[in-house]
Design a protein around this ligand. Structure first.
Ligand code: HEM
Ligand code: HEM
Length: 184
């Protein structure tokens, strides 16, 4: 980590933040029709599952990249206009978001791997991703519920986090602005 806090978020950190947010919301949105589609629409169901798994694995890869950058470069100091209590709360929420961005895709991977149907995981529809474990209906029953619950928690927490960012932006603090474009 750098000895001093950087002046702002780097271009890579900003891009990774917005790409991850978009992919999480996209993956979350397609999860519901993917599960609900009847088996007589098998091709659409299969394609939605592969899109969901590809998006989720991409979120995981971006998180590892982002985590490495964060450890090496750190983050800019909290905005001076943010009361210390709110900065501590934001820090805890950011940590929880990072943890969920790791745990949700990993649980998703094991949900797919243990599923009784044993549908292969094809990254971008062409690259087979080996399943580390085989079909296990009992584990699948638990994993699918926990994966879904933590995904809902991730999106709910991100919604609160985004609402706070917009709230501070409206109060004139440059917190959202510095995540959106380079700090002048
Ligand atoms: C940030 C990433 C992810 C989010 C937000 C997410 C979200 C969700 C949600 C909300 C559901 C429940 C849908 C429902 O029950 O109607 C779900 C199901 C599922 N997810 Fe994910 N997921 C993510 C990553 C992954 C990954 C990486 C994989 C696999 C490689 C995966 C595999 C699955 C599978 C197989 C199901 C269906 C389980 C079932 O049949 O009930 N997910 N996901
Ligand atoms: C799934 C969606 C999202 C996730 C998982 C997420 C996650 C995060 C995380 C983990 C950080 C901390 C970065 C670090 O310390 O390295 C962060 C920062 C930030 N996020 Fe998000 N975010 C999401 C969506 C949004 C949205 C929609 C907005 C705005 C409308 C937003 C605005 C911000 C801002 C302004 C910061 C910088 C805070 C600061 O400089 O102190 N985020 N986000």
């Amino acid at each position: 980590m750098l000895a001093e806090a950087p002046a702002g978020w780097s271009r890579a950190q900003r891009r990774l933040h917005w790409w991850s947010a978009g992919l999480i919301l996209g993956g979350f949105a397609i999860a519901w029709p993917m599960v609900a589609l009847p088996l007589d629409q098998l091709l659409a169901k299969f394609l939605l599952y592969q899109a969901h798994k590809t998006i989720g694995l991409t979120v995981l890869a971006l998180l590892l990249w982002r985590g490495a950058l964060r450890l090496r470069r750190g983050r800019p100091a909290w905005d001076a206009g943010l009361p210390p209590g709110q900065a501590r709360l934001a820090g805890a929420v950011h940590l929880a978001l990072y943890a969920l961005m790791l745990v949700v895709p990993v649980l998703g991977y094991f949900t797919a791997a243990t599923a009784p149907a044993q549908v292969p995981t094809l990254f971008l529809l062409v690259i087979p991703v080996p399943h580390a474990v085989g079909a296990d209906p009992a584990a699948f029953g638990v994993l699918r519920v926990v994966h879904r619950a933590l995904a809902i928690l991730l999106v709910a927490l991100a919604a609160g986090h985004a609402a706070m960012a917009v709230h501070h932006h409206r109060k004139g603090l440059p917190i959202l602005a510095r995540m959106w474009r380079a700090t002048p």
